[in-house]
Design a protein. Sequence first.
Length: 230
Amino acid sequence: MKVYHWLEAIQFYLLPPRCLLCGGPGRQPLDLCLTCEAELPWIEHPCPVCARPLPAAAPACGACLRRPPPFERTIALWHYQPPVDRLVTAAKYRGLQPPLRLFGECLARRLDSAPRPDCLVPVPLHPRRLRQRGFNQSLEIARVVGRRLGIPLRPGLCRRIRFTPPQQGLSARDRRRNLRGAFVADPAVRGRHVALIDDVMTTAATVAEIATTLRRAGVTEVSVWVIARA
């Protein structure tokens, strides 16, 4: 960890951070300036359980009260709208690393006071999708969060075993059906508190299916940490 911070200090000295939104000087360790950071679409009153934006602070949204999901809590930074959606697209489909580092740094700062899990599990991609894309954006975000917070990263604890069509354009019901049986958990998760990390949470179908899979394998607590909430 000390070696990592030493190398990082050299990197920022030689390549000072630049704001990804306006091109001006960033501030260590963020590729983001104070003005642009303040203007990002931060979620002010999220549901503590699913992070759905609410008009005012509340213990949970109506949907979570009626039917609690298989995870305890969700932390999301921003609404999935400009300019966050553009940064996510640049990272996810064009393979740009600076937005992924920025996401990880911002998420780690937000999590300072959150309950600490035993390990981080990025939402996995099917091997075929991973070959197509070349990287897993959730894993790259989780690497930064894990380093910053000193939490072990365990991507192998959950695997995607069924290739599914993209979720975009599907209804919430079809998304759930599309993901049924798509994941498998390692028995080593038994008795642990796991934090799932993903980029965008839309209907929560993906994290709910993974959380259900982890629960069946014996996980005692599931947190969800995401960059944006649609």
